[in-house]
Write a protein that binds this ligand. Structure first.
Ligand code: DAT
Ligand code: MG
Length: 149
């Protein structure tokens, strides 16, 4: 079953939006298989955003992600990687459509509340970076037959 890595960034935690953000993914029908609150190290943040290391916003992005606790999660479900990106919305909250997490809850690209893996392979490496294998819980919700045929 497909899995993705989702993180609520320090702005989402500080603004008290953890429940609201989890609610949106949960009510969509995705399954939570791992969750932890942690204050990421600079090393972890730099590895996570390594693809952006030459970009002008990189050091500010790492400062921001390491500025407070983050809620790191793994979600599972049919097409969860692409579908959760749609639920999250565009990178810039100002142009992210209403109905999306970033569109409804944010206004600034540097404070866009949430990270979601952009492809299945990225998801696998991000899950391995943030979680140990034993932190992932394999389970099947009893409502599964009512979500997928
Ligand atoms: P996404 O998080 O939508 O996958 P991304 O991978 O292009 O976006 O960029 C990672 C994060 O970097 C993004 O969530 C916010 C920040 N970022 C991207 N572009 C930026 C910019 N032009 N100015 C400031 N921060 C930016
Ligand atoms: Mg990205």
């Amino acid at each position: 079953m497909e899995r993705t890595f989702i993180a609520i960034k320090p702005d989402g935690v500080q603004r008290g939006l953890v429940g609201e953000i989890i609610r949106r993914l949960e009510t969509k029908g995705f399954t939570l298989v791992a969750l932890k609150l942690l204050h990421p190290s600079r090393e972890l943040a730099e590895q996570h955003y390594a693809v952006h290391k030459e970009r002008p916003f990189f050091s500010g992005l790492v400062d921001f992600i390491t500025s407070g606790p983050v809620v790191a999660m793994v979600w599972q479900g049919e097409g969860v990687v692409a579908a959760s990106r749609l639920t999250i919305g565009a990178t810039n909250p100002l142009v992210s459509p209403p109905g999306t997490i970033r569109g409804d809850l944010g206004i600034n690209i540097g404070r866009n509340l949430i990270h979601g893996s952009d492809a299945v392979e990225t998801a696998q490496s991000e899950i391995a970076l943030w979680f140990k294998e034993e932190e992932l819980v394999s389970w099947s919700p009893t409502v599964s037959p009512w979500l997928s045929e």
